[in-house]
Design a protein around this ligand. Sequence first.
Ligand code: SF4
Length: 282
Amino acid sequence: TMGVVGESGCGKSTLGRCLVHLLDSTDGEIFYEGKDITHLEGAALKSSRKDMQMIFQDPFSSLNPRMTVKDIIMEPMIIHKMYEGDNGQREEKVLQIMKTVGLAERQAEAYPHELDGGRRQRIGIARALALDPDFIVCDEPVSALDVSIQAQILNLMQDLQQSKNLTYLFITHDLSVVRHISDEICVMYLGTLVEKCPAKALFLEQFHPYTEALLSAIPVAKLGAKKQRILLNGEITSPINPQPGCRFAPRCPKAMAKCSNQEPELVEIKPDHFVACHLYDD
Ligand code: SF4
């Protein structure tokens, strides 16, 4: 699981949507299992979608209210001609996936509005699993749910990952969630990657000033414990027309002269720990 964190509007969801071609990329390249899939079209794109699926943030608006649970889960199979002509096998597969994600068989004929938020998100997960994908982009899959339901869904996703050997790109702004679920974490700021490392390492030591500020916002659940919160001042540069140099410079407490005219590159400053910041140029 690769976790992607960053404040709202930094481009996390855009990144996820570009990877599964829900949005066209305007720049860069996308490789999947060593193959360049940036400009896939037509039949090749359709076929690649079988391997790459997405779970959306809002389990209500991402489900068609006029379709039953069974029809929602079966729709990808129909589009991709899975078990073509064998409706019985499709229905059997739907019931099997429903069982896997913890939905009761009797809910197959229910509509999304008849179920609670947790069950709706289980439908979203079931739909993503319908084509037996290898890779799933999870775009804030638990942020619209109650905390108790969040834990259930996260545990379900981890169990599914083990049993089906899935790779997740897990997008969230919730640092405790990302810490719980990720093996590696990427920190994004205004459309660029500023730090990337194993999850454990990030919570032990942060190198980029933005990551430091982000993690300083995590509350400490201990009586009397004090934590120095780093408050960021300054304007956020325009994401459409960013200023030259480091995009974080107008808010960075450690900015230097070259930060405003030279864009820092992502470099490995420790084994498996990558940072884009001029503080580590040497
Ligand atoms: Fe701050 Fe400069 Fe590093 Fe950007 S490159 S994060 S402005 S120190």
